[in-house]
Design a protein around this ligand. Structure first.
Ligand code: PLP
Length: 449
């Protein structure tokens, strides 16, 4: 048990939170009305503790990221050792330090096959910005500069930077800042329950993939650079595409010579029971974005996996790729990520998710939640799950019409009862640490129920 290290004056912290702090992704009027945020002070394993003394089962692994759970001494030790030896150095201008090179080698081994190079950044959003710039640079090098357009999906999430929001398909985010930037198209998401209730899954998979081909033909294949998608859409509401969707998407990309980008920021590092989500679906992307589980959130680090044919083009043509961040390849973050991956391997967290805890969660959902009068669907893949709250059993009818409003209410009730989940419109999503036990999965499902 991870005992408190410091005693905080929570009332004073909440006052300062309102007086001086602007938390991310928040309604700042609401936070002020609440008298400050809920303050999480410490955590161990799968449990977080707030300043009011509540222990809460973390069904979200922080923000979809704490895959190895909280309180890992060896990750603190890895950061400590690296900080003493070389806390920081950059990878600009022909320099590098050992940890990012070692981490790149490790990640290349996990991606396998044709993805053998890695470019580092600090966040998932930055990874997608890197992809955006790299893809456009690549097509210029290839002598096809007209290939500029990216195709993403409505309700996809690729981050909060200008390029990330633009590639993503969150309309509320587009509305703030006059986004997307030009050159980005969005097509339908493969959301069977929400958008095509009752349709045959195979037919729907083909129809959703066809929407991509239709858009390619509409804008001209010679103008399309890449398609980007999350293997399973996370922030959109854990939208698990029907079988056949991803192979069809891959075939369309190949047919028109378009790059396939998988945003693995949530799905990477074991979440779906494979090291990467695209491996579950059996497709071969040209680029992948990864973050979160790479370091289990202990320090900020993200990466872009790059296919050999893209690297070959960079090498053949030469010239600077004038892109990078001060913290690209940060040695301390990379050292922690290496140790994090070692923990995942040692404890077989990917296999465990695939063969044990993932199926256990799916069965618990099926046995104990699917029949609930307010549940329209309870679905999961690996340790990523969603429960659709409906106003009328047997339909997909929401409480609040199109946008729904049950999600936040259920989420708040869950927190009161000791479980952290997230409400996205009328969908409750969960993404627990990969170390979660059967007993904790039971607890998660019982509280939710
Ligand atoms: N891509 C996906 C699929 C994500 O889920 C997220 C964050 O949740 C991001 C990108 C952005 O990552 P970050 O918040 O680290 O910038």
């Amino acid at each position: 048990m991870n005992a408190p290290i410091r005693n905080y004056d929570i009332a004073e912290l909440r006052r300062q939170d309102v007086a001086h702090h602007l938390p991310a992704q928040a309604d700042h009027r609401l936070i002020a009305e609440m008298g400050g945020s809920r303050i999480i002070t410490r955590a161990e394993g799968c449990v977080i503790h707030d300043g009011d003394g509540n222990a809460i089962l973390d069904g979200m692994a922080g923000l979809w990221c704490v895959n190895v759970g909280y309180g890992r001494q060896e990750l603190a030790q890895a950061a400590y050792d690296q900080m003493l030896e070389l806390p920081y150095y950059n990878t600009f201008f022909k320099t590098a330090s050992p940890p990012p090179i070692e981490l790149a080698t490790k990640v290349a081994g996990l991606m396998g096959g044709h993805l053998s190079h890695v470019f580092f950044n600090s966040s998932g959003s930055e990874a997608n910005d890197t992809i955006f710039r790299l893809v456009r640079h690549y097509w210029k090098l290839k002598g096809q500069p007209s290939r500029k357009i990216f195709i993403g999906r409505w309700n996809g999430y690729h981050g909060s930077t200008v390029a990330g929001v633009s590639l993503g398909g969150m309309k509320a985010m587009h509305a703030q800042g006059d986004l997307p930037i030009p050159g980005i198209e969005h097509v339908m998401q493969p959301y069977l329950f929400g958008d095509a209730f009752g349709e045959d899954p195979a037919r729907f998979a083909a129809r959703a993939a066809q929407a991509i081909e239709d858009r390619i033909l509409q804008v001209g294949p010679e103008n399309v650079a890449a398609f980007i998608g999350e293997p399973v859409q996370g922030a959109g509401g854990v939208i698990i595409p029907p079988d056949g969707y991803w192979p069809a998407v891959e075939a369309i990309c190949r047919k028109y010579g378009i790059l396939l980008i998988c945003d693995e920021v949530i799905c990477g590092f074991g979440r779906l029971g494979q090291w990467f989500g695209h491996q579950h679906y059996g497709v071969k992307p040209d680029l992948i974005a990864m973050a979160k589980g790479l370091s289990s959130g202990y320090l900020p680090i993200s990466a872009v996996g790059v296919a050999d044919h893209i690297v070959a083009e960079l090498r053949e043509k030469g010239g600077d790729f004038v892109h990078g961040y001060t913290y690209s390849g940060h040695p301390t973050c990379a050292a922690v990520a290496i140790r994090n991956l070692e923990i995942m391997e040692r404890e077989k967290l990917v296999e465990r998710t695939r063969e044990d805890t993932g199926p256990y969660l799916a069965k618990a959902f099926a046995d104990r939640l699917a029949g609930h009068p307010l549940v329209g669907e309870a679905r999961s893949l690996g340790l990523l799950g969603a429960v659709e709250i409906v106003a009328e059993k047997g339909t997909n009818r929401r409480f609040g019409g199109e946008e729904g409003k049950a999600g936040p209410v259920v989420r708040d009730l869950c927190i009161k009862n000791g479980l952290m989940v997230r409400g996205i419109r009328d969908t409750i999503v969960c993404c627990p640490p990969l170390i979660i036990s059967h007993a904790q999965i039971d607890e998660l499902v019982d509280i939710l129920k």
